[in-house]
Design a protein around this ligand. Structure first.
Ligand SMILES: NC(=O)c1ccc[n+]([C@@H]2O[C@H](COP(=O)([O-])OP(=O)(O)OC[C@H]3O[C@@H](n4cnc5c(N)ncnc54)[C@H](OP(=O)(O)O)[C@@H]3O)[C@@H](O)[C@H]2O)c1
Length: 252
């Protein structure tokens, strides 16, 4: 990112993808101050140290974010905007993968995935966008997933949750563009992070730094949607068009 000195808010302050985006922005000289919001104070401090090492001059943390409790989000977002003196770029990185397989065995845990990934992330997105609109502009990066495009039998709940937040972000992107708020949807494929640790690694798997690179390039060109790696756009186009009987036989 070329413009220096942004105030950056990472919602999901320990997310490996989110931190890779902040770090690449910092290395490009684009971060004046960063605030990492999450729920685990010690982990947030370690992440803040990492960001200082990446060149963020000023990094603070806020450990009162529970994505599953939207009633606290207005206060949380207000505090974050106050601490930073406004937010130029917000990265929405909260997310849970949940159980793999078909019908979940642990239904309360599946509902938590929906709570965090749709209701919670949606609440944080709307609260952030509301403040940016009032301030006259800003950019929100929403970490969706290729799973939003065609949920599979192995990730029905996660796919449903990402389809929900992806749709909300796209609609808000159109609604808020005239107000100077850019909502950019990022759809990574499989990324090697804590979230996917231990899972079989598919073709086109990438690293957080690859997602960060695609994200910053997208911000630079004012994109509405970013794929990471970029080839996933064409893979998903084909998968989306496959008739269901053929898609089922693929056992994805
Ligand atoms: N890794 C992939 O393959 C992949 C692919 C496509 C999209 N994505 C999306 O990218 C985003 C970042 O994922 P990642 O790979 O960076 O995974 P990650 O390192 O596991 O990050 C997930 C973040 O969500 C936070 N979180 C989860 N539940 C929360 C709650 N109730 N309250 C507050 N924070 C909560 C985690 O906080 P704690 O550290 O406190 O748990 C962590 O900061 C997610 O939205 C994910 O769905 C990931």
């Amino acid at each position: 990112m070329s413009a220096p000195g942004h105030r950056v808010l990472l919602l999901g302050g320990t997310s490996e993808i989110g931190l890779a985006i902040v770090a690449q922005m910092a290395r490009a000289g684009g971060v004046a101050a960063a605030l990492l919001a999450g729920r685990d104070g010690a982990a947030l401090e370690r992440a803040a140290e990492q960001m200082r090492g990446a060149g963020c001059a000023s990094v603070s943390t806020l450990d009162t974010l529970d994505a599953a409790q939207p009633s606290g989000h207005d206060q949380l977002v207000a505090t974050a905007f106050d601490q930073l003196g406004g937010v130029d770029v917000a990265i929405l990185a909260v997310g849970l993968l949940g159980e793999r397989g078909g019908l979940p065995q642990d239904i309360p845990a599946a509902l938590e995935v929906l709570d965090v990934n749709v209701r919670g992330a949606g609440s944080l997105l709307m609260r952030t966008a509301e403040r940016m609109r009032a301030a006259g502009g800003g950019k929100v990066i929403v970490l969706s997933s290729v799973a939003a495009q065609r949920p599979r039998r192995t990730n029905a709940v996660y796919g449903a949750s990402k389809a929900g937040i992806d749709a909300l972000a796209q609609g808000l992107s159109d609604a808020l563009a005239p107000a100077g708020v850019q909502v950019m949807v990022v759809r990574p494929g499989f990324v090697r992070t804590a979230m996917t640790a231990g899972l079989p690694v598919p073709p086109l798997a990438c690293d957080p730094a690859d997602v960060a690179r695609a994200t910053l390039a997208g911000l630079e060109r004012g994109a509405q949607t970013v794929w990471a790696p970029p080839a996933m756009r064409w893979v998903m186009l084909v998968l989306r068009m496959l008739p269901r009987p053929i898609f089922r036989r693929l056992s994805l």
